[in-house]
Design a binder for this molecule. Structure first.
Ligand code: ATP
Ligand code: MG
Length: 305
């Protein structure tokens, strides 16, 4: 089993419209709502791969109840920590050419609620199979070093951590020594001020990350690890919805750490799975046929450090 923490989950609402025109009234053709947030997407992908992934997340209000109901309906095991605030929504307005996103910031978390979440993680860790995934933004009110605390907790229990965060949530966690961090190119540059990917990855390792797996959109992955560096490009550029591709990459990394894959294998799988996720319309899903095809074709290439 893996443990996945989503500190700022959401009910992802998608409105489908024939065409989006700002400052006009739209008739919404279809409305879809499902549990979201980056960690929830990771847990969905892990579950679809046949892994047991337990989500720990704060939920509150009517929207929190809707998220919990959707998780249950989707067969995603979760431990909800009750909060006073109402869980946020994200709204995506999708027309045939693209989507426009509106992301609420999320309810503030009180210090007591944060403590309860950290306790829930601590309680669930022993059964977690040694892998803890920490994914997405921190809600308002959460201490900046919240992820640092959970990374330290996991290390103390001998568990490895995969961290997907940006800004202060990422940089404050580095000193605690996350096993793997997965910034995208913009997040890597923002965290380091360095445009060169290998140099920026080296800087994150210098600050405490065990391995840095940088995702470069259609360019694939660059990984700098304690045992070497690799690049892995997707076998082909996929056209579709790239939102959530990074979450699929995180799921592959976490699954590979659980099963003890070596780095080239782990990266090839992450590239194949994330490219297959681009082909699926919703974040948290991937195209199974494409995944198998990409998996045969993807290969990580060692690069000099
Ligand atoms: N168009 C594409 N074709 C093939 N693979 C892609 C494409 N876009 C992304 N990928 C794969 O998905 C991985 C993650 O993409 P990206 O770097 O955009 O992540 P991200 O910005 O963290 O995404 P998100 O946070 O929305 O999940 C890439 O490393 C790559 O392997
Ligand atoms: Mg991302």
């Amino acid at each position: 089993m893996l443990l996945v923490v989503t500190p700022n989950p959401a009910l992802d609402v998608t409105y489908t419209v024939p065409v989006l025109r700002p400052h006009t009234t739209h008739r919404v053709g279809a409305v879809a709502a499902r549990a979201g947030g980056k960690g929830v997407n990771v847990a969905r992908v892990l579950t679809a791969l046949g892994h047991e992934a337990l989500s720990v997340l704060p939920l509150g209000g009517a929207t929190g109840a809707a998220v919990a109901a959707d998780l249950a309906a989707a067969g995603l095991p979760h431990r909800a920590v009750p909060i006073a605030g109402d869980t946020r929504r994200t709204v995506a307005v999708a027309d045939p050419s693209d989507a426009t996103l509106f992301n609420e910031p999320g309810p503030a978390i009180s210090p007591a609620e944060w403590r309860a979440l950290a306790c829930a993680v601590e309680t669930a860790l022993p059964a977690a199979g040694g892998v803890l995934v920490l994914s997405g933004s921190l809600p308002p009110g959460c201490p900046e070093d919240a992820y640092a605390e959970l990374v330290a907790l996991a290390r103390g229990r001998g568990a490895v951590t995969v961290l997907d965060a940006d800004g202060p949530a990422l940089t404050a966690a580095l000193a605690a020594g996350p096993s793997v961090v997965k910034p995208n190119a913009a997040e890597l540059r923002a965290a380091t001020g360095i445009a060169d990917v290998p140099a920026a990855a080296a800087e994150l390792r210098r600050r405490g990350a065990g391995a840095v797996v940088a995702s470069l959109g259609p360019g694939g992955l660059y990984a700098l690890t304690p045992t070497g560096a690799w690049r892995c490009a997707p076998p082909e550029t996929a056209t579709g919805n790239p939102t959530g591709a990074g979450d699929a990459a995180v799921a592959a990394l976490a699954a590979g750490l659980l099963t003890g894959s070596d780095w080239p294998d782990l990266l090839s799988e992450a590239v194949a799975l994330s490219a297959a996720a681009v082909l699926a319309p919703l974040a948290g899903d991937f195209d199974r046929t494409a995944h198998r095809r990409f998996r045969k074709a993807a290969g990580a290439v060692p690069v000099g450090i």
